[in-house]
Design a protein around this ligand. Structure first.
Ligand code: 2AM
Length: 490
């Protein structure tokens, strides 16, 4: 039998899979393609892959036989049982040190399970986030591989060459152990939900608040794209707002205001609740989509629930638009602050070593949230990989301070107008909570103790408090001295 020539195999010839193969082929690697429905292999070889080095396989066994050792096989199939199915089919043909890579949208607990199972059999497993859609897959995605650390040296060259490049640096690095790659991809998607919601709120304020036309709003977004908000999402929003229907009217107002979701934002919000981390902006972004889908109910409510009387804006429009840019920027800082806090906590909980500067660099290109801003986040974590939150970094601390007055003015005005700003508002609420040395959780603790004898701890220095740990406020409530006691428990 001839020597195997394949550098890497890929299973799953939907558009993402085909494009990733073509991309790897462009970078000089020999890829072997396989698909459950093998007619797709033939069609691919006869069309898109014609004239390339790409090889086909008509069985899992043939695929494996065409790969150099250690064998590397990427699965780009529907997340769920199809991944387990292929792992089971591949296993008997693989040898110690061979690597299975799941590049699909798997949920990270599945990735943790699969990497444990395969490692126990001497095989290596990688769960890799692949972001950037079909276009990214073809010309350079953001790749977020994590799993068995021993797999990284073997796949590094192919992965880093295939990924998007920003300033000569690949948007791909090793993320961490176990399910870290898919976890980070999940948080990336949650952050994407947040960024999109923030932009939608800015649009709403400009449209319903200032009464601007889509063309004027597009110009504002184009301007913003030259400053601190410079990013793919701001750029495409300007293009979208400029887009006209056949009748010359902007298309956006004709689109039904019911947002869909595939669930990765929800996963992030659930993961945040599980980790006990206040990732409020992504949560609000998910809930805003939920509220948007209550269209029929909202129509009925709009008939019977009145908001404030609409008043024309009398202030300085230019100042207001500058304030809005700052509000969007500050809220974005909070969203990423929260996202990185979540990853940090999960890394602690699950024993992963995450490379935060690397994660920011991976998101700088090739994906929907790509932005200049991510370069600043990479710089912050490069300076201090142990940063508790971005707000402790000088650059972001100053930026948030500078944005603060405008940010508050925007939210105050939106509240007066009755325009909902769930993401802007929760960002500011987080900011104000995070910077508060004292929050009213003392009262919560007293309430919990009162109705459930949950006990509380006293503030250091107030150890002489009459009520001691394990005692119950209710006991004292029967005495006439509760006001006296409550002043001690703060
Ligand atoms: P197919 O072309 O044979 O349907 C995206 O759907 C990719 O995932 C396709 O390559 C598809 O293969 C594959 N896929 C989806 N469900 C699958 C399953 N249960 N088993 C194997 N492949 C599957």
């Amino acid at each position: 039998m001839s020597q195997p020539v394949g550098d890497i195999g890929l299973i799953g010839l939907a558009v993402m899979g085909q494009n990733l193969i073509l991309n790897m082929n462009d970078k000089g690697f020999t890829v072997v393609a396989y698909n459950r429905t093998t007619s797709k292999v033939d069609a691919f070889l006869a069309n898109e892959a014609k004239g390339t080095k790409i090889q086909g396989a008509h069985s899992v066994e043939e695929l494996v036989s065409k790969l150099k050792r250690p064998r590397k096989i990427i699965l780009l199939v529907k997340a769920g049982p199809a991944v387990d199915d292929f792992i089971r089919q591949l296993e008997p043909h693989l040898e110690k040190g061979d690597i299975i890579i799941d590049g699909g949208n798997s949920h990270y607990p599945d990735t943790i399970r699969r990497s444990k199972e395969l490692e126990s059999k001497g095989l290596l497993f990688v769960g890799s986030g692949v972001s950037g859609g079909e276009e990214g897959a073809r010309y350079g995605p953001s790749l977020m591989p994590g799993g068995s650390p021993a797999a990284w040296p073997a796949i590094k060259e192919i992965f880093q060459a295939t990924a998007a490049q920003v300033n000569g640096e690949p948007c791909c690095d090793w993320v961490g152990e176990g399910g870290a790659g898919h976890y980070v991809k999940m948080v990336h998607n949650g952050i994407e939900y947040g960024d999109m919601q923030l932009i939608a709120e800015a649009y709403d304020i400009l449209k319903r608040g200032l009464g601007l036309h889509e063309d004027e709003i597009a110009d504002i977004f184009n301007n913003w794209n030259k400053g601190v908000l410079d990013s793919f999402l701001i750029e495409i929003t300007a293009n979208i707002l400029k887009f006209k229907d056949d009748d010359g009217e902007p298309l956006v107002p004709k689109i039904l205001d019911q947002a869909g979701q595939k669930g990765t934002g929800k996963w992030t919000a659930i993961a945040a609740l599980d980790a006990g981390m206040p990732v409020t902006l992504i949560g609000e972004a998910v809930f805003a989509r939920c509220l948007s889908s209550l269209k029929e109910e909202r129509i009925r409510a709009s008939k019977v629930i009145a908001g404030p009387q609409k008043e024309a804006f009398k202030g300085d429009k230019k100042q207001f638009i500058d304030d809005l840019e700052q509000a969007l920027y500050a809220s974005k800082i909070i969203s990423y602050t929260q996202g990185f806090m979540l990853m940090r906590q999960t890394a602690k909980d699950l024993g992963w070593t995450l490379n935060y500067a690397g994660i920011a660099r991976m998101w700088r290109g090739g994906c929907i949230i790509k932005s200049v801003f991510l370069g600043d986040i990479a710089a912050a974590y490069q300076k201090n990989s142990n940063l508790e939150s971005l707000l402790f970094d000088d650059f972001f601390n100053k930026a948030a301070h500078k944005a603060q007055p405008g940010w508050r003015r925007i939210i105050a005005q939106a509240v007066l107008w009755g325009i909902p700003t769930p993401a802007f508002s929760t960002a500011l609420a987080f900011f104000d909570g995070y910077r508060s040395e004292v929050v009213p959780a003392n009262l919560l603790q007293a309430q919990r103790d009162y109705f459930g004898a949950h006990t509380f701890r006293v503030v250091p220095g107030k150890e002489n408090t009459k009520l001691k740990l394990g005692e119950d406020i209710r006991t004292y409530h029967k005495l006439p001295c509760l006001p006296f006691l409550t002043c001690y428990i703060g």
